[in-house]
Design a protein around this ligand. Structure first.
Ligand SMILES: *Cc1c(COP(=O)(O)O)cnc(C)c1O
Length: 361
């Protein structure tokens, strides 16, 4: 099966083999070495200095990392401005609400760009807002939000920036230093090509110094960071997923890092676009507004998502539905994972077959 959904991704043989590594106790030095390698390699992806930044590993899916970031870094009484232009921005508002954090929203319609001027006005109007939360790649629609523009507004007012980079880390450009990023949350099983089970937050070390009591016991980044700096872990970690992530990070480095991955995703996404456009399909967003990771497409006229999905799945390809009100209108194709050009060519053939089978021309 070839997975064209936005994670978990199709694994390389190399990563799949690594998952079955030896049994290991998380209180032994060999675990400390594995964890240390992953933490160093994660910082290395965007050349972040270990003296300034900490990569904190958690067992859980990407949402655990986003929740840990928000719950740990918001001090009592501070407000968080949450930027929404898709389901994942809205999820951050729900996370803030679950932790009793006062989090005004700056909402744009799904798929619309974030207006940095509106962010600036929101910060001007409320000095209690100490941090802004934004999704880098809004997987809901495939839109790549402009972190540089939002970061510049935040920096000018000395406001922190919390980034959901779950579906961009490892494949899109990120400049956390330039953009004044406080922390970025991501996961093993999207652009990094690891298996589900481990997620992480990369955070400025200085930001972990706060003294307010944790809002969550299990998702307290400070406790993880302190223990991990000593080679330990507060709780049992998903050891096989750690093996997978370590191997996936070695593979990323061997292949030329995030830049090479972005080129590959772009090439595959371009082949998908050429094939779908040749069948008269229309993309939801222009290419220039889209990530290299995923694009959303209008469903072929007269065809519902289930018919398209099932026809493709029977031919070995998993695509992804739209969320919320987009569910009836779009489908999504991600080019993450260990897939190659010939997989895309076979996918496009299968796609044409399914259209023909349903009489869509
Ligand atoms: C996938 C994703 C998440 C996390 O989803 P999980 O199912 O918890 O891994 C969060 N934000 C974005 C932008 C995502 O694409």
């Amino acid at each position: 099966m070839i997975l064209l959904n936005p994670g978990p991704v199709t694994l390389s043989e190399r990563v799949r083999r690594a998952l079955a590594g030896p049994d290991m106790c998380h209180r032994e030095p060999e675990f400390a070495a594995l964890q240390g390698e992953i933490r160093a390699r994660l910082l290395g992806v965007y050349a972040l200095a270990p003296a300034e930044w900490s990569a904190v590993l958690l067992t859980g899916s990407g949402t655990a990392a986003v929740e840990a970031m928000i719950a740990t870094l918001m001090a009592p009484g501070e407000k968080l401005l949450v930027i929404e232009n898709g389901a994942y921005g809205e999820r951050m508002s729900r996370i803030a609400a679950a932790h009793g954090i006062d989090a005004p929203r700056l909402s744009f319609a799904w798929g619309e760009p974030v207006d940095p001027g509106a962010v600036e006005r929101a910060l001007e109007q409320d000095a209690a807002i100490r941090r802004v939360a934004v999704v880098h790649h809004e997987t809901t629609t495939g839109r790549l939000n402009d972190l540089g523009a939002v970061g510049a507004v935040c920096r000018a007012r000395d406001v922190g920036l919390l980034v959901d980079g779950v579906s961009s880390f490892g494949a899109e450009a990120l400049s956390p230093e330039r953009d004044g990023v406080t922390a970025i949350a991501a996961t093993a099983n999207k652009c990094l090509h690891g298996a589900p089970g481990v997620c992480f937050v990369i955070v400025r070390r200085a930001e972990l110094a706060g003294e307010h009591p944790p809002r969550s016991l299990y998702l307290d980044l400070r406790a993880y960071a302190e223990e991990q700096d000593r080679g330990g872990t507060p709780f049992t970690q998903a050891v096989p997923a750690f093996y997978g992530l370590a191997e996936a990070l070695r593979e990323l480095a061997d292949e030329g890092g995030w830049q090479a991955r972005r080129s590959r995703y772009r090439e595959l996404a371009g082949a998908v676009a050429a094939g779908l456009e040749a069948s008269d399909l229309r993309a939801l967003l222009p290419e220039a507004a889209s990530s290299c990771v995923l694009r959303a497409w209008h469903l072929p006229p007269g065809m519902d998502y289930a018919a398209l999905h099932d026809g493709l799945k029977a031919r070995g390809f998993v695509i992804y539905a739209g969320q919320g009100t987009l569910a009836q209108r779009i489908f999504r194709i991600s080019t993450m994972g260990a897939i190659v050009r010939s997989d895309i060519d076979r996918f496009l053939t299968a796609f044409r077959e399914v259209l023909e089978e349903h009489g869509v021309t």
